[in-house]
Design a protein around this ligand. Structure first.
Ligand code: GDP
Length: 448
């Protein structure tokens, strides 16, 4: 899985991580090589473009953290971007199927003939039965291929999973309804509906899928697609999603896929998560698709990634402690404010930060009154950046003409500069006040 991409990337990073300093040229060269590696891995072009653009932007804006090399920093940025491209780690994307619905939960399996649909149905049913201790009923709705229903029955027997008795002459919708009724009566937790495939997508197939969907009201509709077909698998997922609506993708034959283009582009192109991957013909060859784990596997640089994470945390803690000390002494100039704004932005904004601190409701109100909106952080940092060093250290120097210059330099009105100065005064007063109540400030800043 992903071997060729993995090899290419490690070659690129070996060159980068050994060096003490990186020029813009080095970074650009690395990005060009990463771009080439992704294209060779058959990743969709728009996905490649957006990937390298985002890495470039993040690399340019990145603060260089003490104790790691710039090359290691780049590895971390590429890793994080890879996780994002694969669907991110938030919001329950990837990582298996969702059974969070009243029983019996219907899972409808769709896909082309030969993609591994029946095999994957059996794999999922086996895992739900053995690992998750659910009572599962499988039903084949494939009335076109004579042996299909029999194939599922055999799989059921091999894996100790019940299958719906075969009744000759019934159509897919009838079978789906019968399966749901049997599951309800039999106290099953999950019903797996293995639908019929075709060689290509065609209109009758889509109509049939929509009818089965309406009859069974499935909680999950999983598209089974062959990873070896690369971008065709991605286009297939797009079509199925547009016509039938899918909740996720199971990618089969990942065991033979050294390139990984389908897995890498799927989420970015279709907006639907890869939930499971098939890694062999045996009925236990099924894995959850976790973006972070996959990114770790592709890069093979887990130690560098965690090194950079730890170093960044240490830097943040150091800065917070330094600032807490200054504030306790009653120093809080505009440099500190700018640093504070940057930190808050990193933390997800003022309101989320305030939400974490107990007993600061009153302070929050005051800050709201000072117009401290999360969205204006950047502009405020820009205003402070347009001031001279002395002005930042001694805000009282900022009289009318200087304010005008600062406003022009940062592209805002003088009234915005005034607002910022007022906010700074209020914050400085508050900090002084809180500094007297020792402990609370330390706690607050430690939490930053
Ligand atoms: P269906 O027509 O979509 O139901 O496809 P099948 O489930 O009958 O699978 C077609 C072939 O692909 C079978 O020989 C399976 O053993 C094989 N297959 C399915 N999934 C995988 C996988 O993840 N890896 C490998 N190597 N083979 C698979």
């Amino acid at each position: 899985m992903f071997e060729s991409l993995s090899d290419r990337l490690s070659g690129i990073f070996d060159k980068l991580t050994g060096r003490g300093a990186l020029s813009e040229n080095d970074v650009n060269e690395a990005l060009r090589e990463i771009r080439r590696a992704l294209i060779e891995a058959d990743v969709a072009l728009p996905v490649v473009r957006s990937f390298t653009d985002k890495v470039r932007n993040r690399a340019v804006g990145a603060e260089v953290v003490k104790s790691v090399t710039p090359g290691q920093m780049v590895v971390k940025i590429v890793h994080d971007q890879l996780v994002e491209m694969l669907g991110g780690d938030a919001g329950g994307l990837g990582g298996g199927i969702d059974l969070n619905a009243p029983a019996p939960v219907a899972i409808m399996m769709v896909g082309l003939q030969g993609s591994g649909k029946t095999t994957t149905t059996g794999k999922i049913a086996r895992r739900l039965t053995q690992r998750d201790k659910r009572k599962v009923l499988m039903a084949s709705l494939d009335t076109r291929r004579p042996a299909a229903q029999e194939q599922l029955k055999v799989l059921g027997e091999q894996n100790d999973v019940d299958t719906l008795p075969i009744v000759e002459g019934q159509g897919p919708v009838e079978i789906a309804k019968r399966a749901m009724t049997a599951a309800r009566l039999g106290g099953y937790d999950v019903v797996m509906l293995d639908t019929a495939g075709r060689i290509h997508i065609d209109e009758p197939l889509m109509v049939e899928m929509s009818e089965v969907k309406a009859a069974a009201n499935p909680h999950e509709i999983l598209l089974v697609a062959d990873a070896l077909t690369g971008q065709d698998a991605v286009n297939l997922a797009k079509s199925f999603d547009e016509r039938v609506g899918i909740t996720g993708i199971a990618l089969t034959r990942m065991d033979g896929d050294g390139r990984g283009g389908a897995a890498l582009s799927m989420q970015a192109v279709t907006g639907k998560p890869v939930k499971l991957i098939g890694t062999g013909e045996k009925s236990d060859a099924l894995e959850d698709f976790y973006p972070k784990r996959i990114a770790d596997r592709i890069l093979g640089m887990g130690d560098i990634v965690s090194l950079v994470e730890k170093a960044s945390e240490a830097i943040d803690a150091e800065k917070a402690a330094e600032m807490a000390k200054k504030m306790q002494k009653g120093h809080f100039d505009l440099n500190d404010l700018a640093e504070q704004l940057r930190q808050m932005e990193k933390m997800g904004g003022m309101s989320s930060m305030m939400g974490m601190l107990p007993g600061v409701g009153k302070m929050k109100k005051q800050l709201d009154a000072a117009n401290l909106d999360d969205n204006v952080f950047k502009r405020q940092v820009a205003i402070i950046s347009s001031m001279t060093k002395q002005e930042r250290a001694k805000p009282e120097l900022l009289k009318a003409s200087r304010k005008k210059r600062v406003a022009a330099g940062s592209g805002v009105d003088v009234s915005d500069v005034n607002k910022l100065l007022k906010m700074h005064r209020q914050m400085a007063d508050m900090m002084k006040m809180m500094g007297k109540k020792k402990g609370m400030l330390g706690k607050m800043m430690g939490g930053l």
